[in-house]
Design a protein around this ligand. Sequence first.
Ligand code: AMP
Length: 398
Amino acid sequence: MLTLIDGKFAVGHPIILGIIGGGQLGKMIAMEAKRMFMKVIVLDPSLDCPASGVADIVMEGHFSDPEKIYELSKKVDIVTFEIELANVKALERLEEEGKIVYPSSKVLQIIQNKYRQKKFLRDNKINVPDFEIVENEEQAKRVCKSFEFPVLLKACEDSYDGRGNYLIRSEGEVGQALQFFSGRQCMLEKFVRFRKEISIMIARNPSGCISYFPVVENIHEDHILITTIVPARIDDKVKRKAIDMAVRTVESLESVGIFGIEMFVDDNDEVMINEIAPRPHNSGHYSIEACSISQFEQHLRAILNLPMPKPFLLSDAVMMNILGPHDLAGPYAISGIRGLFSIPGCHLHIYGKLETKPKRKLGHVTVVGSNLDPTSLKYTIEDAIRIELLHQVSKCSN
Ligand code: AMP
């Protein structure tokens, strides 16, 4: 424990980091931790999870299993998570026993539920789209009318990559939309006709120091992030508003660690927060190659209470996700690597998920350089990469 307090990375007595979740975010946190000679233990339902190639130990168990989280905590100096599904009650127990847990259970409890999160922001006078909790069908219809159609119905928990969103276009669709999320707590949210989606990675350490990354621009398709453009193509006034809101958010939460704050910018340059991620975020992946500090290193600096100078851009960048095709599921191969590596400034990340699924994030590509054209890069990358099921690949080669 002394190593943490003194800010020493002692090789003879490495800091042991526990990460709840061994997906791509856990893997990339682990890569940075290993670079600085920490030990990493990951808790994940799958022993073959993406982080398994990097972590010292993978413990098999669900992210929300209190006993497994407790067992993990006994083996490590500090506990963090890469996924909102981590169990708040289990983290509270660790904190009561004096274990260092960042972000805290209190912050996770607020963020884990979309309604609680938005209410927290609104109560702290941070701009968000209008929203209401759903009580029953009649009330939902009244709320929708007051918001004007279309309206987004959002499942408050366990929803990510747009999988918990349902667009209601007319009063006649309200019933079927509620049916779709039957049994789950839901909220209605005013549909924002945004001009741009932007985000900021921002970190706070236990001493209260705050450090943010450049504002970036995000393009989603079917509610899933496809492209991040760095820096965002917005004017300085909008950037300042976004940074101010991000700073006020982490200050109000008194959060520790790195946070991804996603926002909408409308035609009047009004900025609203859509969502807070209490962890590294897909829209911050560009920072690995394009910034002086990556979002993953910054997370470690924050939770270890180390200095966090403002990360600066080394280069403009465009990040593109590699997603599983909508019609394939199973073991797969990614081909087209030669074409990809012909793009100057291109960096490939393959997460190592054993199976593809529709829209599953399998990897990403970051291109660094100047005068990047995101649209033509998107076509070039999409043309280069092909994802095929393994049995189809072997058929072709036969
Ligand atoms: P979420 O999972 O709620 O972050 O939503 C994923 C994506 O859905 C966002 O990045 C937006 O593209 C879209 N979206 C979410 N909420 C709204 C909204 N209130 N108005 C318009 N689009 C939205």
